[in-house]
Design a protein around this ligand. Sequence first.
Ligand SMILES: [Ca+2]
Length: 232
Amino acid sequence: MRRPAFAFLASLLLALMIAHPVDASSSAIYDDREGDLARWTEIVSLDPFEYVTLAPIPADSAIGKVGYCDILEASLALVGDSYVFGMRVAGDMPSEGIIPGVNYVLWSFCPQFDPAGSGWDFWNGGDVALIWDGTSYRAVFWDTRTYPTSGEILETPVDFTESGQMLTITVPKELFGVDPYYWFFRVVVLGGQHDFYTFKGGPYIEVDMTDPVHATTPYPGYYYPWLPWPTA
Ligand SMILES: [Ca+2]
């Protein structure tokens, strides 16, 4: 069952306020279209703002119909000394089983630490993700900033909640060290042989992605729609 945007935000903020005082000056919330699964976008111009929609999988495919992959709203708030990422999706979060042919579903939030990078610039950011493997959930922060020098990605387990159509992931600020400049949110499904960031072959589909109308990306021509990091 869908809930209006204000109800989601109100319930999230209420939960946060119970735990900690909310720094309301450092929060953001974005809506997302319903029914836009596997419809990638490419931003072709910032001024005037223009994008085209790409369709990597057929609309009637199994993946294109899964409600818990369809983002309706995402949020980011500074609560005490932690960042709380939130997402509301179009169907209840799974409690058993997974999409045929899929090994993992990731509800993902990607911070970017480089104000002048190009594209994703993956090695100046990371991934805050809730992961479902068909049996259980876990949440991590993958810090990729160490990769160019050490060849390793730091993985740190982080707290999460999931219930009904909502999920949250809490990341202590100290894990970031410094504030990111940008972020975006997405849902990813992985099949085949994956060790997450060691690709071993198989499908990798970004099923839903931040709506391009929200983008303030400094990287025109690239379809990741970067959002400004909320500042105090
Ligand atoms: Ca959506």
